[in-house]
Design a protein around this ligand. Structure first.
Ligand code: SF4
Length: 313
């Protein structure tokens, strides 16, 4: 075991600390997780190779992933996976980067991460090195173990779906491969790392819902766990952000789509649990859902939620 830890550049203490964090991500006991991770490390002859492609994106998901402090993004990239290609994060460029990329494609067995959507209206909306991004994704998916759509755009089209490019998610372009959608705008870094760790430790995909989202992160309605739900039930709907007497009231009439959105944001929160959208007074935009962004706008009007009816409470 010590040898394997050395291989991954971890001290025993760091390993146990990392295990505690990952166990909390996956909702299992630390002891069970430590055992399964140790087993996975022993079995793994090499760190899983990962290719990360970017299409119609703003790199927000990369930035979100880079903000992961515990474990640090450096520890994930250097110790847990072998990130072979990532346009924004890799140190190499030009021919060297392309060589590694094509060698990895040939080798196969890698995890393919895709950030950003793929244009449906016309390939010319997203060309990388003169090639349509759609072609690049199909080619890269061919020898991948599985494909992970990182963020709302790669999962379901996201904001670019509402533009002339008519962006679509990976699932509309790639077939015959296991696909996992990890939406939100941007992706939650813990959702991404937790999903990769689940594959690494269990040797299989996590349980997915109808939209191919991991149930462990997207199995509950934001509304059900929202700390403002008592105000919702009491009919205390915030009308004026400047009125201190309405502080903490339900944001439903300000366009909150929490009753339609599946995600663990209310309990996981963001930035190492510091806060989340509703916690700082912004209505939920339902960026976890396939209809985001176009069907969820206008973001500050409750019309769409009203059309679909109030959730049963
Ligand atoms: Fe929370 Fe939004 Fe539901 Fe109100 S409508 S309780 S703010 S999720």
């Amino acid at each position: 075991m010590e040898k394997e830890l050395e291989l991954y550049g971890l001290s025993r203490r760091e390993f146990l600390k990392t295990c505690a964090f990952f166990a909390s991500l996956l909702g299992v006991s630390q002891m069970e997780f430590t055992k399964s991770l140790a087993y996975a490390l022993e079995k793994a002859k090499r760190k899983p190779p990962v290719i990360w492609l970017e299409g119609q994106d703003c790199a927000g998901c990369t930035i979100s992933f880079s903000g992961l402090l515990e474990p640090s993004v450096a520890s994930v990239i250097l110790d847990k996976i072998s990130l072979r290609y990532h346009e924004t994060l890799m140190a190499s460029s030009g021919e060297l980067a392309e060589k590694v990329y094509h060698e990895t494609l040939k080798e196969g067995g890698y995890i393919l991460l895709v950030e950003g959507s793929i244009p449906k209206a016309d390939d010319r909306f997203c060309l990388v090195g003169g090639r349509p991004f759609r072609e690049i994704v199909i080619e890269a998916a061919k020898n991948a173990e599985c494909v992970i759509a990182v963020g709302a755009c790669a999962s379901f089209g996201g904001i670019p779906k509402a533009t002339p490019s008519k962006g679509v998610g990976v699932g509309e372009v790639v077939s015959g491969k296991p696909i996992i959608n990890i939406p939100l705008c941007p992706v939650h870094p813990e959702h991404l790392v937790g999903t990769i760790l689940h594959i690494l430790t269990k040797g299989r995909l996590p349980e997915l819902d109808d939209h191919k989202r991991p149930v462990m992160f997207f199995g509950q309605l934001v509304h059900d766990k929202c700390p403002r739900k008592d105000h919702f039930e009491a009919g205390n709907f915030l009308k004026d952000w400047n009125d201190p007497s309405q502080r903490g009231w339900c944001l439903y009439e300000k366009g909150c789509k929490g009753p339609l959105a599946y995600s663990d944001c209310p309990v996981r929160k963001w930035n190492q649990g510091i806060n989340w959208c509703i916690g700082c007074g912004a209505p939920c935009m339902a960026c976890s859902e396939p209809g985001f962004y176009s069907e969820m706008s206008p973001l500050y009007m409750a019309s769409l939620v009203l059309e679909k009816g109030l959730p049963k409470v």
